[in-house]
Write a protein that binds this ligand. Sequence first.
Ligand code: PRP
Ligand code: ZN
Length: 300
Amino acid sequence: METTEQRIQIAVQKTGRLTDHSIDLLERCGLKLTRSKDQLICYGENMPIDLLLVRDDDIPGLVSEDVCDLGIVGLNVVEEKRLTRESEGRPAQFKRIYELDFGHCRLSIAGPEETPYEGPGSLENTRIATSYIGILNQYLKSNDIDAEAVFFSGAVEIAPKLGRAEYICDIVSTGSTLKANGLVEQEVLLDSEAVVIQTQKPLAAEKQALVDKILQRLDGVLQVRESKYIMLHAPKAALGAIRDLLPGTEAPTILALDGSDDKVAVHVVCRENVFWETLENLKAAGASSLLVLPVEKMLA
Ligand code: PRP
Ligand code: ZN
């Protein structure tokens, strides 16, 4: 077994909304994983890459302190850690590299249904319960609102019922937690999704090469997620109109069709989702024999 110095450590949320997506994403990058007995580490079998399964709030710190080389974590957690570290005079030692398009949620201010709300001015002289003190204080400061951020480490949504705060500032995903607690979302402070962060500490050349390789594969996986390979037949006269209808494409391949002078075959990779409407519009523009295939891998 190689020493840890030569292995890449990636911090991943242990249990939560990012866990399955994060592991799935790395497996699609070609990583084969086995879990340790205590379930805290996933060992890479075919690459020197291990996953550390930890609390999401700990991920920016682990990456910043160089315990892990990469981390997959919500932007909400990243921003909060960045702001608190800055306010403590020890700036974060990580950089954000990829937005992963899963784990979408918002950090929002919400208040009781029965409380009339007329915009941010209604927050004046109130208490707002949150575990996102850094982001909330930045919002209050930049909007010149005089309100008190009250720290709650969890179960923030019960603070108004307990009489500990008038509003809350917390993560909203489906909105069902707010609803169940009679709260209404009023201000969105941050739109969040899962991101990849990388340590800013320089890595040994061998390790950096491995990080670059996994990032390149990640990029490929992200690119193909929406990508489709489209094949169709088109009258030469309609080629311009048909090209304009193809979403997010690069130069199409035009092929001659055996036995036809006025029609050609068009093959193209679309980097966006292809909807039924698009196909119907292509058909209306003269295209025929339309085929849409999923793209499995892509290396630019
Ligand atoms: C957040 C937040 C709410 C819930 C909202 O917690 O604190 O409890 O999600 O989601 P909903 O709008 O779909 O009901 P999260 O699961 O992110 O846990 P954590 O903050 O402890 O990591
Ligand atoms: Zn958490």
